[in-house]
Design a protein around this ligand. Structure first.
Ligand code: ZN
Length: 403
C-alpha cells in the first residue's frame, strides 16, 4: 500500500480543528450546555473554550440561548448548535429500491422519498435516477452540507468500489463516490449499510451512548454488524469489518455460498424463520399460521404477539442461534452494548429473552454482565438515518471544511 500521502505530523490548524470538532460534538450531544460544562468535560482551559466558542458563534453554527442553571446553582449563558444552518442528505440503496431523506444534525427528517428499482434496468440507470432525486432535493434545500450514501454490499474503502451486492449485479464496476463527486460540489461519503445503521444508533437514538463499544447486529434477509468504538466506526483495514453473517457457529453446519459451513447468516434471518416455521406447522395444528397460504416474517411476528405457540417457539429458536453469534461477538469485541436491528428485531422481548438464555451460560460472568442487549429504537430504516449520520459525522469531524 502506498502511504506516502498520509500526513504523519499534527499541525496547529489540525489541533484547532480537533478541538472545534470535539466541542461541536459535545454541544450537539447535550443540546444545551454551558462553557464551564465543556471545560470540565474536555479538560480544555476556559480561555480556549471561550475563544473557540466565539469563533463558532461568529460562523453561525453555535448560538447563545439565554441563561441556564449551571453548576452549584450558578447561572450562566447556555449555548447550543444552530441546527437550522445545515442539512444532510442520506441515500439508501437496497436491492429493490432506493430512498432519500433530508435531515438535520439532530436527526429530524424534513423530506423523504423512495423509488423502486427494476433489477433489469441495470446499475447506471439506477445511479442516474438516484442523482436526479438528490438534485431535486438540493434545489429545494439550499443548505445541504454533505451527502451520505449507504449501500447493501461490502464497500472496499481502499478501492472506492462496492465488492459485491448479491442479487443486484452491475454495481461492482461503478465507483459510486466518484460518480456522485462528478455531479455534486458538496462532500459525498459512502458506507456499508451495516456501518451506517450502527452510526445512526450511536448518533440519533435516545440511548446517548458515551464512551465504549457498541455492536449493532443487523438481522433481516441477511446478517451483518456495524461496530462503533468511542463514537468512531471500526471499519477494518479495507472497510470490511463486521461481516459477522459469515462467522461460523458450527463447523459441520449448513453450507454457505461463501464457501464456509455453519455461517450465522444461515440460521437467524427472515428466510430461515419462515422456512423453520413452515417445517413445524404440522407439529402445531392449533397455530393460526396454518391458515396462511403465503407465510411472511411479519405474519409470524404478529402471531407471536398474539401468543401463538409455534410463532413464539420459532422466534425463540432464532434468538438461540443469534445468541451463539453474540457469544463470539462478545469474545472478540467485549462490547458494552449489542443492539439488534432490522426485521428480526420485531422479535422484541421474546427474542431478547432467548438470546440471554443462550449467552449467559456461555460467557464469563464479568463479560456477560458488562453487555446490555437491546432492540433498536428505530421503528424503521436506521440505515437511511445512518446514511445521513455518515454525512453529519464527517461534518462534525472536520468542521473547517464546511464552516
Ligand atoms: Zn458464509
Amino acid at each position: 500500500m502506498n502511504n506516502s500521502n498520509v500526513k504523519k505530523g499534527t499541525n496547529l490548524e489540525d489541533i484547532q480543528e480537533m478541538n472545534r470538532s470535539l466541542l461541536l460534538k459535545l454541544i450537539r450531544k447535550y443540546r444545551i450546555c454551558t462553557r464551564a460544562q465543556l471545560a470540565k468535560e474536555t479538560g480544555l482551559k476556559q480561555a480556549s473554550i471561550t475563544k473557540i466558542i466565539a469563533s463558532l458563534i461568529e460562523l453561525g453554527i453555535v448560538q447563545e440561548v439565554g441563561v441556564v442553571d449551571g453548576e452549584k446553582g450558578r447561572r450562566s449563558i447556555g449555548i447550543s448548535i444552530n441546527n437550522h444552518l445545515y442539512k444532510f442528505i442520506g441515500v439508501k440503496l437496497s436491492r429493490k429500491s432506493f430512498s432519500i431523506g433530508v435531515y438535520d444534525l439532530f436527526g429530524e427528517e424534513y423530506k423523504f422519498k423512495s423509488e423502486k428499482i427494476d433489477m433489469l434496468t441495470g446499475a447506471t440507470v439506477t445511479l442516474n435516477k438516484m442523482k436526479t432525486a438528490v438534485q431535486e432535493l438540493m434545489s429545494e434545500y439550499e443548505d445541504v452540507a454533505a451527502i451520505g450514501i449507504a449501500i447493501p454490499g461490502p464497500f472496499l474503502k481502499t478501492k472506492g468500489k462496492i465488492a459485491i451486492i448479491t442479487e443486484l449485479p452491475g454495481w461492482e464496476n461503478i465507483d459510486i463516490k466518484v460518480e456522485f463527486d462528478k455531479t455534486f460540489r458538496i462532500p459525498v461519503f459512502v458506507e456499508h449499510d451495516a456501518n451506517a445503521a450502527a452510526l445512526a444508533e450511536w448518533w440519533f437514538s435516545e440511548n446517548h451512548f458515551e464512551h465504549g463499544v457498541m455492536v449493532n447486529l443487523l438481522a433481516g434477509e441477511g446478517v451483518g454488524a456495524g461496530i462503533i468504538i468511542d463514537g468512531q466506526l471500526f471499519a477494518g483495514s479495507q472497510g470490511m469489518a463486521g461481516e459477522v453473517g459469515h462467522m461460523s457457529i458450527d463447523y459441520n453446519g449448513r453450507k454457505c455460498s461463501c464457501g464456509s459451513y455453519g455461517c450465522l447468516e444461515k440460521y437467524c434471518t427472515t428466510y430461515v424463520l419462515i422456512k423453520e416455521t413452515k417445517e413445524n406447522l404440522k407439529k402445531y395444528p392449533e397455530s393460526i399460521l396454518n391458515d396462511d397460504a403465503d407465510l411472511t416474517a411479519e405474519r409470524i411476528f404478529e402471531a407471536m404477539e398474539f401468543g401463538d405457540e409455534l410463532a413464539v417457539e420459532m422466534v425463540k429458536l432464532m434468538g438461540q442461534y443469534m445468541g451463539y453469534g453474540i457469544v463470539n461477538i462478545a469474545n472478540v469485541y467485549n462490547p458494552n452494548w449489542v443492539i439488534i436491528s432490522e426485521t428480526m428485531s420485531r422479535g422484541g422481548e421474546v427474542l431478547i429473552h432467548s438470546i440471554h438464555e443462550t449467552v449467559r451460560p456461555r460467557l464469563l460472568a464479568s463479560v456477560y454482565e458488562n453487555i446490555s442487549i437491546q432492540i433498536t429504537e428505530f421503528a424503521n430504516d436506521s440505515i437511511l438515518y445512518g446514511a445521513a449520520a455518515i454525512a453529519a459525522d464527517n461534518f462534525l469531524k472536520s468542521p473547517n471544511r464546511y464552516l
